[in-house]
Design a protein around this ligand. Structure first.
Ligand code: 13P
Length: 251
């Protein structure tokens, strides 16, 4: 089955609200090919300004994280209800920076994913191994465990609202990209794992993005792999020109 390409910019903790607004205007104007979706994930405080720019456009708006509970005494957290009211349609969960800097577990990420789905948000679930795990030959097993943990209790129908982002930790922000063949091997294995957890048709439909030093110069080759369905882009999404050529990778 033909899957769309989802090209998403994860702006991380970059851009002030006025800068984010300007970048959102640029992303809105970026031409994209048929079968390509555009998405941006600004920081929480930039979401209102970006939402205003993107309203009614073809750019999907995502948050970079959210609380595992709906509301209450959780100082410093942001609720799914707040995100929804601002027009956010997706949330990135389990990013390696959340896992490794802030100690988020699969169980915690799973609670957030279930809450997001309950409220109608799409989820971009990030998975990926560290360099040490890769060198120990455990890349697939780490990803499988993160898939099983992150997707626990999520049913086949809900999988239509899940995107997987494979981001090898050692490739994030390092300028080191997985070779297209290495990335493809993990993507294929993860699709196989999803088939085992759900069904072949769920696995065939799920978008699996690659993330980790995606740049204008390597995007086409990565996207040519049969199980790579888009990119989750950090650094190169902060510059309008480079994100534009990533979005239009097939031109
Ligand atoms: P870089 O593209 O900067 O390596 O970041 C990847 C990433 O973490 C996207 O979520």
């Amino acid at each position: 089955m033909a899957r769309d390409y989802l090209m998403a910019g994860n702006w991380k903790m970059n851009k002030t609200p006025s800068e984010a607004k300007a970048l959102a205007e640029a992303v809105k104007a970026m031409p994209k090919g048929e079968g390509t979706r555009k998405m941006v994930a600004p920081s929480f405080v930039c979401i209102p300004a970006v939402a205003e720019v993107l309203a009614g456009s073809d750019v999907e708006l995502a948050a970079q994280n959210m609380s595992s509970v709906e509301d209450g005494a959780h100082t410093g957290e942001t609720s799914v209800l707040m995100l929804k009211e601002l027009g956010v349609s997706s949330v990135i969960l389990g990013h390696s920076e959340r896992r490794h800097i802030y100690g988020e577990s699969d169980e915690f990420i799973n609670a957030k994913a279930k809450l997001a789905l309950q409220h109608g948000l799409d989820v971009v679930l990030c998975i990926g191994e560290t360099l040490e795990e890769r060198e120990a030959g455990k890349a697939n097993d780490v990803c499988f465990a993160q898939l099983e943990g992150g997707l626990a209790g999520i049913d086949a129908a809900q999988m239509a609202k899940i995107v997987i982002a494979y981001e090898p930790v050692w490739a994030i922000g390092t300028g080191k990209t997985a070779t297209p063949a290495d990335a493809q091997a993990v993507h294929e294995a993860c699709r196989g794992k999803i088939a085992e957890l759900y069904s072949q048709s769920v696995a065939d439909a799920v978008i699996i993005q690659y993330g980790g030093s995606v740049k204008p110069g390597n995007v086409a080759e990565l996207m040519s792999q049969k199980d790579i369905d888009g990119a989750l882009v950090g650094g190169a999404s902060l510059d309008a020109e480079s994100f534009a050529s990533i979005v239009a990778f097939d031109k």
